[in-house]
Design a protein around this ligand. Structure first.
Ligand SMILES: CCCC(=O)SCCNC(=O)CCNC(=O)[C@H](O)C(C)(C)COP(=O)(O)OP(=O)(O)OC[C@H]1O[C@@H](n2cnc3c(N)ncnc32)[C@H](O)[C@@H]1OP(=O)(O)O
Ligand SMILES: Nc1ncnc2c1ncn2[C@@H]1O[C@H](COP(=O)(O)OP(=O)(O)OP(=O)(O)O)[C@@H](O)[C@H]1O
Ligand SMILES: O=C(O)CCC(=O)C(=O)O
Ligand SMILES: [Fe+2]
Ligand SMILES: [Mg+2]
Length: 277
């Protein structure tokens, strides 16, 4: 917990740099990256040597830049996060530093904050209930496989993807999270993304381009989309169109861990529900 609190202080300092940060958990830059002498460092570049991941899981992350762990977060915890999100939307609690974002399609039409007008909250580090997510032993157990033991929560968000009103504004353009992060080294950063309900292509699942974590950070800018683009939702301009997109279908509680250079985004929500992660 002390280490996580220290990380929150760092995140606030980074926030003063004016960067739009997003969800990430990162290792302290001084934490060890060295492996035991018996280990071949060239074999594993993106995962650290511990006993949590199977060889198969390690190889999968090394090759693809992401790893899905099924049924990791309990439904009881997810219900608590959902309830707290609703309390925030009703303005019953106002955690300091919290940023509330609305979708561009409704930002000018709906005046009152409600669960149906908030697209995302971010920087919930001062909300004890939501920050529990960053302290869950089952999450940290896997995070440590990528960051090492000295873990800091760098940025936090709860995304409430709204039903698309027909302009495709609910999409999140393909991007690399490292574009938003003014800290390094990238291989010691990982994002934990937990489905709070069943998520598939209908409600806009996470879409990844496997293996792109091995490439460089690419230039980002606003997508050339007609009909509406959300402020500060930058996308990659020149991604390889032949690179197969993989749609991650996930059940409630499933969690994907991914590298900050992995190109990913999410499609429109064609249901009437608000897709939560
Ligand atoms: C690890 C990366 C993963 C990611 O999440 S990548 C995306 C990162 N980007 C973000 O997180 C963006 C976060 N959002 C924000 O910073 C803020 O919500 C945002 C969009 C700047 C607006 O903040 P505020 O200034 O507090 O809001 P406001 O209500 O006073 O609006 C100011 C002007 O902006 C407009 N606006 C608000 N939300 C928008 C939206 N979603 N899309 C497009 N325009 C939007 C709003 O209409 C207003 O314009 P005007 O001044 O009235 O003309
Ligand atoms: N032709 C494209 N050009 C640029 N980005 C795209 C293109 N197609 C998809 N994307 C990006 O990839 C994400 C996921 O694509 P996907 O096709 O799943 O979503 P969608 O087009 O919104 O929904 P769907 O195809 O399921 O109706 C989109 O949100 C968008 O960011
Ligand atoms: O859930 C989404 O729609 C996109 C999330 C994302 O890009 C992220 O968590 O970094
Ligand atoms: Fe992202
Ligand atoms: Mg499509």
């Amino acid at each position: 917990m002390d280490q996580l609190r220290a990380g929150v202080r760092l995140r606030i300092v980074l926030g003063h740099l004016g960067h739009p940060l997003a969800a990430a958990i990162v290792a302290h830059p001084t934490s060890g990256t060295s492996s035991p002498a018996s280990f071949q460092p060239q074999q594993f570049q993106y995962t650290l040597d511990n006993n949590v991941l199977s060889l198969e899981q390690r190889k999968f992350y090394e090759e693809n830049g992401y790893l899905v762990i099924k049924n990791l977060v309990s439904h009881a915890d997810i219900q608590r996060f959902r309830s707290e999100f609703e309390r925030i939307c009703r303005k019953e609690v106002r955690p300091p530093g919290l940023m509330v974002m609305k979708d561009v399609a409704i930002v000018k039409s709906e005046q009152n904050l409600s669960e149906k007008s908030v697209t995302k909250i971010q920087d919930f580090q001062e909300d004890e209930e939501l920050f529990r997510y960053c302290t869950l032993p089952e999450i940290l157990k896997y995070v440590e496989c990528f960051t090492g033991p000295n873990i800091m929560a760098m940025h936090t968000m709860l995304i409430n993807k709204p039903p698309d009103v027909g302009k495709k504004t609910s999409r999140h353009p393909l991007h690399q999270d490292l574009h938003y992060f003014p800290f390094r080294p990238s291989n010691l950063i990982v994002c934990a993304w937990t489905a709070m309900e069943h998520i598939d292509r209908n409600n806009g699942c996470l879409v990844v381009l496997p293996g792109t974590h091995k490439g460089p950070l690419k230039p980002h800018d606003y997508p050339q989309w007609e009909g509406g683009v959300n402020i500060m939702y930058h996308g990659i301009q020149d991604y390889e169109k032949n690179n197969a997109r993989v749609h991650l279908v996930m059940e409630k509680g499933d969690t994907v861990f991914f590298h900050p250079l992995l190109i990913h985004g999410s499609g429109r929500n064609r249901t009437q529900g608000f897709r939560k992660v």
